[in-house]
Write a protein that binds this ligand. Structure first.
Ligand code: MTE
Length: 321
């Protein structure tokens, strides 16, 4: 499926159901542009050219990616936005929704550098124009044993990485979340070594399932879920998907990551979902899907093994947990 297809060729089933579809104007005002600027200059001048093309073509929905998980009930928005791990705000899952309410997501810059030919600091609005937004429904599995099914909006992380042209020596990608203790009360305490840092091997980051995410349920990403932009890597435990990122750095050696530094025996660099490798303090064989009573079996690579298992061929996943 390519972006160049004409609107008339896109069948309605590929388009997000209407109630989930964002109101384009609302989304752009929230996710792609300053509402004030939009009011002053008219919306056209602040939307990306691609999105204008999309609007002109009369497509008022975000296309549903064929890489979406199908046949699973979506977790209600209320649960996705009121049961969060976001230690910058609180270690209590019920608190980020309230504490992140006034978090400022504009202006926002993301610095992309390290071992690349074209380092660049992107204004968020420019970053969001790098590729057309898609809806990606993914199963998400937290290392603590609960899971959700979330209709994210984003585009492949590879679109950004290709743009900055990694050097031949680049092998890993490091992500850094915002450090701003005045806005993020959790950072006033030493619960983690701030800022939050995560990383992927470059080939993992280039995999089509890894996305840069800026929306959910057809709307801009709620603050408590990582606005304005986060990473989403569905075959790994949730903590690999860093929220509110401000820096992307390509490196030649494995970057340090927050949870691995905190407890190296419990959280490895890879952290692929794996029911065969237990956490030292609990089993990973089953999970509780939020909203369900009975536990279900956890799937290896969170059910994305057909697509990603080859990234790890020949590796001992017990050692590289
Ligand atoms: N990113 C940052 N910056 N800070 C965090 O505390 N928590 C991680 C991950 N990304 C976290 C983060 C964990 S443990 C999980 S399970 C997911 O975010 C939760 O994402 P959600 O709240 O959108 O479901």
């Amino acid at each position: 499926m390519t972006w160049s297809r004409k609107a008339s060729e896109i069948v309605s089933s590929e388009i997000t159901p209407r109630q989930l579809v964002l109101d384009r104007r609302k989304f752009l005002a929230g996710a792609g542009a300053l509402a004030g600027a939009a009011a002053l200059t008219g919306l056209k001048s602040v939307v990306s050219p691609r999105l204008s093309v999309q609007a002109a073509a009369g497509i008022d929905g975000i296309r549903k990616s064929s890489l979406s998980t199908t046949g699973e009930k979506l977790t209600p928005l209320k649960d996705i936005t009121h049961y969060n791990n976001y230690y910058e705000f609180s270690t209590d899952k019920y608190e980020p929704a309230g504490l992140a309410k006034d978090f400022r997501t504009r202006p926002w810059k993301v610095e992309v550098g390290g071992l690349v030919h074209n380092p660049k600091t992107y204004d968020l609005d420019d970053l969001l124009k790098l590729a057309p937004p898609e809806e990606r429904v993914y199963r998400m599995r937290c290392v603590e044993g609960w899971s959700m099914v979330i209709p994210w909006v984003g585009f492949p992380l590879s679109a950004l990485l290709k743009r900055v042209e990694p050097l031949g020596s680049a092998r890993y990608v490091a992500f850094t979340s915002l450090y701003d203790p005045r806005q993020m009360p959790g950072q006033q305490r030493g619960v983690l070594d701030w800022p939050y840092e995560e990383g992927l091997r470059l080939d993992e980051a280039m995999h089509p399932l890894a996305i840069l995410c800026f929306g959910m349920y057809g709307e801009p990403l709620p603050n408590q879920d990582g606005a304005p932009v986060r990473v989403v890597v569905p075959w790994k435990y949730g903590f690999k998907s860093a929220k509110a990122i401000v820096k992307v750095r390509l490196t030649d050696s494995q970057p340090p990551t927050t949870w691995n530094k905190m407890a190296p025996g419990e959280y490895g660099f890879y952290s692929n979902v794996n029911p065969e490798v237990d956490h030292p303090r609990w089993s990973q064989a089953t999970e509780r899907r939020i909203g369900e009573f009975f536990k279900r079996k956890t799937l290896k690579f969170n059910g994305y093994g057909d697509q990603v298992a080859q990234l790890y061929s020949g590796m001992d996943l017990r050692k590289n947990f």
